[in-house]
Design a protein around this ligand. Structure first.
Ligand code: SF4
Length: 363
């Protein structure tokens, strides 16, 4: 890359950032802990959504010590609805590790950060540059889009070769000693100006160096890969209430998706099964109880990153057996008013909402 292009790129980008940077909560009172939590939350989540989660999380766990001392259930409850719950569980474990082994301090080198359990190259680069100003460049989705357009890159930015190329470009552009501001400014440009659709090129500081703009086709980059249709699963869940008005819920194993969260017990419908048969089988396998499956309470449609579900929640009554933890970590009878205290997935929260003010039917 020509030295002059690099100079202009850095100068114009950083000048733009000074004028346009948003006042986001993780940009004030910056500590490695706050940077780390915000980066974990921002992966796969919009800034507007992450902002509220971040503020609630910081109020409850203002520092590493508070997070390390919390119960995993409290951490998951504050993460509820954000998805990618393994991140919350790992953050909790990493906080405990840092308190125990590192005197509550984050390592100040990229290698040291990377060696922490539960911290990958992206997070280590983000924390290293934003908290310690280490000379490491960060490539997230926003940065990748800007780079693909600036260099009119027509390869696949998600493939191994594409990733290497983008990393090499951004490493070359990174100004020594200013990595934090530079990384943030590229991310901010992708979020505010070089947006996926209708980039605001006339207001962009990189207009002079951008090849996609010069070619008049910014929206052609990054090149699109054909979207695969997501698999769809039909899932059944049993809603069981005892004579004290308590609901039977089960906690998922940690190694499973949504690990550590609670749910109305159930599972995936097998080919040839009716919904009633599916729920009866699932409750037998999961909790060892034999149930009569009654009317449908609600059907929840939900999309995860790799599949979609239709979750059919049916009222059920136990005919035989006492709940045991065959395929769950724990089970509990919980009154409606206390259900909200347990961490649930978004889909199960819809079932709780559907239960509000509803009397169990007779069947
Ligand atoms: S000029 Fe347009 S396409 Fe190029 S980086 Fe700026 S906003 Fe993106």
């Amino acid at each position: 890359m020509e030295a002059k292009i690099v100079r202009v790129f850095r100068h114009d980008l950083l000048a733009w950032f000074r004028r346009h940077r948003r006042a986001l909560p993780w940009r004030t009172r910056r500590t490695p802990y706050r940077v780390w939590i915000s980066e974990l939350m921002l992966q796969q989540t919009r800034v507007e959504q992450a902002r509220d989660y971040f503020l609630r999380f910081m109020k409850r766990f203002p520092n590493l010590k508070a997070l390390a001392a919390a119960s995993q259930q409290d951490v998951l409850k504050l993460w509820e609805g954000l998805g990618y719950y393994s991140r919350a569980r790992r953050a909790h474990q990493t906080a405990q590790w840092l308190i125990e082994k590192c005197n509550g301090k984050f390592p100040r080198t990229f290698e040291g950060l990377l060696a922490l359990p539960g911290i990958g190259p992206y997070t280590a680069a983000a924390v290293g540059s934003l908290a310690f100003n280490l000379d490491v460049a960060v490539v997230d989705g926003n940065v990748a889009r800007v780079l693909c357009r600036v260099f009119a890159f027509d390869g696949d930015p998600r493939g191994g070769a594409g990733k290497k190329k983008l990393q090499a470009w951004v490493d070359e552009l990174l100004p020594h000693g200013r990595a934090g501001a530079f990384n943030e400014s590229l991310m901010e440009l992708g979020a505010l100006c070089c947006t996926p659709r209708k980039p605001d090129c006339p207001k962009c500081p990189l207009l002079k160096t951008c090849q996609a703009y010069a070619e008049g086709r910014p929206e052609n980059f990054p090149t699109k890969t054909a979207k695969k249709k997501l698999p769809h699963k039909i899932v059944g869940a049993g809603v069981i209430v005892n004579r004290h008005g308590e609901f039977l819920i089960a906690q998922r194993h940690e190694h499973e998706m949504l690990g550590g969260l609670w749910e109305f017990p159930g599972g995936k419908q097998e080919p040839g099964e009716t919904m009633e048969q599916c729920i009866a089988r699932e409750l037998r396998e999961e909790l060892g109880i034999h149930v009569r499956v009654g009317p449908c309470l609600t059907v929840v449609h939900h999309a995860y990153s790799h599949f979609t579900i239709a979750l059919h929640a049916h009222w059920c009554r136990i005919e035989r057996g006492r709940p045991r933890n065959f395929q769950c970590l724990e089970n509990a009878w919980v009154p409606f008013s206390k259900l909200w205290k347990k961490p649930f997935s978004r889909a199960d929260l819809h079932i709780i909402t559907a239960l509000r003010g509803v009397k169990p039917p007779k069947f």
